[in-house]
Design a protein around this ligand. Structure first.
Ligand SMILES: NC(=O)c1ccc[n+]([C@@H]2O[C@H](COP(=O)([O-])OP(=O)(O)OC[C@H]3O[C@@H](n4cnc5c(N)ncnc54)[C@H](O)[C@@H]3O)[C@@H](O)[C@H]2O)c1
Length: 387
């Protein structure tokens, strides 16, 4: 029998557009999926650049009319890889058209918008998933298995740092990531959202937060062109409207304490997304810059042999790893996206809930928003729990 098809509509064709195209193209080749993703239509705003992209990545067609594309009969899944200010509008329209929705992070700018997306998806009965790709690296998924298996005992601390340096140069020009109307916030929502999701995934719900944010460089050269984390300058200058750095403390419902730091101002740190978790019986450390490795310390080891060991999470029995290469043949950034897409396809075909879904996405936004409330109020803020 021919394998069923799952037709994908992608919106956005730059940084995440490439990462998602690669994932949709690869997933069915490495994973035994029960439907084959088809790269049906890609949407953006510049017709000529879009046509080039479609040709290079072999999308069947391209259009600058996403409103029509998300309603097209031959589309099953809408993949939102555009900036945050359009997530809500596209997500709601896609769900109302009966399409499953895969959305980049952060889900939206506000809890209100996030809830609109969640309600639209629930009412339409479609699958919904947020691309928190860091959950899906084998070493991180292994950390989750170890914590759930009780190997760390009672969790007491999580320390999350997400450090980049692409804004250290004051001559780096403006782009959508530096404007509140298109990005919502700066490092806080962009990087902090990933750390919050990892913390919720690994440790549980965050109940209370207190934080601070800072913009170190308040004026930059105006935008010429930009894509992903690169940009060229245009004429004049523009005021920066978002934070360069956010730092906050967190209390977890289960009793653990957390610290979070997200910055684009850490020279030498490129994509230093790191967590350290300490429990009553051990510790785990992971950093994206060495993404295949998980450091593990166990108090159960004999005293003479105690110390952090490095687990190379590339064995066949490690989550996701067995679908790729032989042990020791490293995975990279793009594999997290293909792992996510393969899970999404299986959830759609087998009518299973997706993780992380729009409720997770909304809960992450609730933490981001509570940090902002704490900054405004100058004291701790409770985090709204999204039902
Ligand atoms: N999961 C991750 O690791 C990760 C990494 C980077 C970015 N992101 C997220 O992905 C999203 C996109 O970021 P990016 O780095 O790909 O940005 P980008 O600037 O590289 O690309 C943005 C794309 O969106 C398109 N676009 C912008 N406005 C649009 C509109 N109104 N209608 C249709 N298309 C529009 C642009 O044409 C462009 O193709 C953001 O939500 C960002 O936070 C996630």
């Amino acid at each position: 029998m021919p394998q069923p098809k799952l037709n994908v509509c992608l919106i956005g064709y730059k940084f995440m557009g490439k990462a998602h195209s690669q994932a949709w193209r690869t997933a069915g080749r490495f994973f035994d999926l029960d439907a084959q993703p088809v790269l049906k239509v890609v949407c953006g705003r510049d017709a000529a650049a879009l046509a080039d992209f479609a040709e290079r990545w072999k999308w069947e067609r391209s259009t600058i009319d996403w409103q029509q594309a998300v309603r097209d009969d031959d589309v099953d899944v809408v993949d939102i890889s555009a900036p945050g200010h359009v997530h809500c509008e596209i997500g709601v329209a896609a769900a109302q058209a009966g399409k499953h929705v895969f959305c980049e992070k952060p889900l939206a700018f506000t809890v209100k918008e996030s809830k609109e997306m969640l309600s639209a998806a629930r009412e339409a009965g479609v699958k919904h998933m947020v691309n928190f790709n860091y959950r899906r690296y084998p070493a991180v998924a292994l950390a989750k298995q170890m914590i759930d298996g009780g190997e760390l005992g009672e969790i007491r601390h999580i320390r999350c740092t997400y450090l980049q340096d692409w804004l250290v140069d004051p001559q780096f020009p403006m782009n959508w990531r530096l404007r509140p109307e298109t990005a919502g916030s700066g490092a806080h929502g962009d990087l902090g959202a990933h750390s919050i999701d990892l913390a919720r995934f690994l440790v549980g719900e965050i109940s209370d937060v207190v934080g601070m944010k800072k913009t170190f460089i308040t004026e930059r050269p105006a935008e010429g062109t930009s894509s992903g984390l690169t940009a060229t300058a245009g004429e004049g200058t523009e005021q920066v409207g978002v934070d360069d750095c956010s730092v906050f403390l967190a209390k977890f419902s289960g009793g653990a304490l957390g610290t979070f730091e997200a910055t684009r101002m850490a020279p030498g740190r490129k994509n230093y997304n790191r967590f350290e978790i300490n429990g009553s019986q051990g510790s785990l450390v992971w950093c994206f810059e060495r993404l295949n490795e998980l450091e593990y310390y166990s108090t159960a080891d004999p005293g003479t042999a105690r110390g952090f060991r490095t687990i190379l999470a590339t064995e066949g029995e490690h989550p996701y790893a067995g679908s790729w290469w032989p042990p020791g043949h490293m995975l990279g950034y793009e594999h997290g996206f293909a792992n996510a897409v393969s899970d999404l396809v299986q959830c759609i075909v087998h009518d299973q809930p997706c993780q992380p879904d729009f409720q997770d996405g909304a809960q992450c936004v609730a933490v981001l928003e509570a940090v902002d409330q704490s900054i405004e109020a100058g004291h701790w803020a409770g985090v709204e729990m999204i039902a």
